[in-house]
Design a protein around this ligand. Structure first.
Ligand SMILES: Nc1nc2c(c(=O)[nH]1)N[C@H]1C(S)=C(S)[C@@H](COP(=O)(O)O)O[C@H]1N2
Ligand SMILES: [Mo]
Length: 533
């Protein structure tokens, strides 16, 4: 790296000119100008990169690629922390984090640029290299993925150079300071305007090339050949005013590692089934919709859900029976795992036995009568009742490989989580809220209990250390869905710890042993504290 005392031997370049003016410039230029110059240059570079990425390689936008890589590289504890503290806003938190790092870093580049412009170029280039490495490490990377980072560096350096030169020439002793200031303001204003327009155009191009219609997400699903069984009246416990039995699409919990939700084009999308099969199968979205569709009520749960937590929802899913697809391919003996992969490179390991034992495992294309939302896995995702989402619920599904647990390890298993993970029988108190202040006397307690692929047979509630009282179960909506319940307890004045436990149809009562979500799901009795007056 060159230093100021040993400038390049080249003829007077813009860079050298800038340096020779350092003393004047440092004395007269307000410091914020340097910072703004840096930020404007970065914004312009990243904005143009955003346009290029939108057109040729969406996941290769440097900000998106770096954000996505940070998620994949994050140690396990960070995921737990993020989900606990930011919940479903974890991606928003990361975006704000990335921007919070980029702004001061860009400002610093601006400050450096007025002293040692080549060092500033080197910093821009280093950031570009970081973006390029991140882009190339994405699962859908191609040589074109290098372009957005390259564009960022070129545009970033050109704008930086132009602004530094403009600001420096304003500081020439012969230029009147008022005229200089005006010119500088106009230049910075123009550049800032340009950067904003570029960013805006990038976002607009991104939206236009990826409208619902362009991607095939504007269709009505064919009627299911095998519709969901009629839901009996009374699945909703009247007392459970907090949790609707059927979760609205907009309220369905969401958990995934996607920094930017993949907007997959259903018109070009393919689902391939390979590995230990007689014949490789490749299905388009139309092929899938042309197969007989089943419709089922299934409660999906996340392994990261803490006891009493919100990462569980119930919906009516439409899809193709997974066994119908496996039959087309012909599974060879010896295979014990379905290794499913998403377009963004995430993967899940599902025991073959859980797919072929008669339960309604499916490739889902719809939720509550509509095509899947993009964040729900459009065009298609896997779903296996009774398994946590991380070992069965692959969204943006693109490949299923028949293989063995000995041979292939999925995304979360590589990070220490289990490889086979049935959902535990569990229950949650929804009413009253924790720490509620209530009048003493009769208190109605209500909630949900679940044991997917088994069904719930009993729920009991107690004031801790008191006797268990059997709750009234709401109507049974099927073995793969949660079941609502309610009970009236007699509570006297003072503090009460209310506890719930469920028993499933196999006769197993949920364990009181407390376990954290890692590595195979939380266990323990949900307990809330209320105070009666
Ligand atoms: N492609 C992809 N699919 C994924 C995930 C993911 O990170 N990427 N997360 C899984 C996890 S951990 C869960 S719990 C479910 C959640 O599905 P939902 O967001 O539709 O509720 O999706 C699963 N499918
Ligand atoms: Mo999950």
């Amino acid at each position: 790296m060159q230093t100021d005392s040993a400038p390049a031997a080249s003829s007077a370049t813009a860079d050298d000119e800038t340096r020779s003016d350092d003393v004047n410039a440092l004395r007269r230029r307000p410091r914020w100008v340097s910072g703004v110059v840096g930020i404007v240059s970065s914004a312009a570079g990243l904005g143009v990169a955003q346009i290029v990425a939108a057109l040729i390689a969406p996941s290769a936008s440097p900000v998106v690629a770096i954000g996505s890589s940070m998620i994949d590289l994050a140690p396990r504890g960070v995921k737990d922390f993020a989900i606990e503290h930011f919940g479903e806003n974890d991606k928003l938190a990361l975006s704000i984090g990335v921007i919070a790092v980029l702004i001061p870093l860009s400002a610093l580049i601006g400050v450096v640029a007025f002293r040692r412009v080549r060092l500033a170029y080197a910093m821009v280039t280093a950031l570009g290299v970081l973006g390029a490495v991140a882009a190339m490490s994405r699962p859908d990377a191609s040589p074109a993925s290098l372009l957005p980072a390259l564009v960022t560096v070129v545009v970033g350096i050109l704008v930086l150079r132009a602004l530094v030169n403009a600001a420096a020439s304003d500081q020439q002793p012969d230029s009147s300071s008022t005229a200089g200031a005006t010119r500088r303001n106009v230049l910075i204003g123009a550049a800032a305007g340009g950067a904003i327009v570029t960013l805006g155009a990038g976002i607009a191009v991104d939206r236009l090339t990826k409208s619902d219609q362009a991607l095939g997400r504007n269709r009505k699903l064919p009627a299911p050949a095998d519709p969901a069984p009629a839901v009996p009246a009374g699945v909703q416990a009247k007392a459970n005013t907090a949790t609707p039995w059927l979760t609205k699409n907009s309220k369905f919990y969401r958990v995934d590692t996607a920094f930017k939700v993949p907007r997959v084009n259903a018109k070009t999308w393919k689902l391939t089934v390979g590995g230990m099969v007689d014949k490789k199968v490749s299905l388009s979205y139309d092929d899938l919709l042309a197969m007989p569709l089943i419709e089922r009520n299934i409660t999906l749960a996340c392994v990261s859900n803490p006891v009493g937590g919100p990462y569980i929802s119930n919906g009516t899913w439409t899809g193709v029976r997974l066994t119908d697809i496996l039959d087309k391919a012909g599974v060879q003996s010896g295979a014990d795992q379905l290794f499913s992969t998403s377009t963004d490179g995430w993967s899940a390991s599902t025991p073959l036995a859980t797919v072929t034992d008669g339960r309604d495992a499916m490739i889902a294309v719809g939720l509550n009568g509509q095509q899947l939302a993009f964040e729900r896995g459009f065009p298609a995702r896997m779903l296996v009742p009774g398994l946590y989402g991380f070992v069965s619920g692959t969204k943006w599904l693109t490949n299923i490989e028949l293989t063995t647990f000995a041979k292939a390890t999925a995304y979360w298993t590589e990070r220490g989580w289990a490889d086979k993970s049935p959902i535990f029988t569990e229950s949650r108190i929804d009413v009253p809220k924790a720490f509620a202040q209530l009048p003493s006397g009769k208190v109605t307690v209500a909630g949900v209990a679940w044991a997917q692929n088994k069904g719930i047979s009993k729920v009991e509630v107690r004031d801790k250390d008191g006797d268990w009282k059997v709750a009234t179960l709401a109507a049974d909506g099927g073995k793969d869905v949660w079941r609502q319940w309610s009970v009236v307890l007699e509570l006297d004045a003072g503090r009460h710890d209310l506890q719930v436990r469920a028993t499933d149809m196999t006769g197993m009562t949920q364990t009181d042993q407390r376990a954290e979500p890692f590595p195979k799901g939380a266990t323990g009795w949900h307990t809330i504290t209320v105070t009666c007056a």
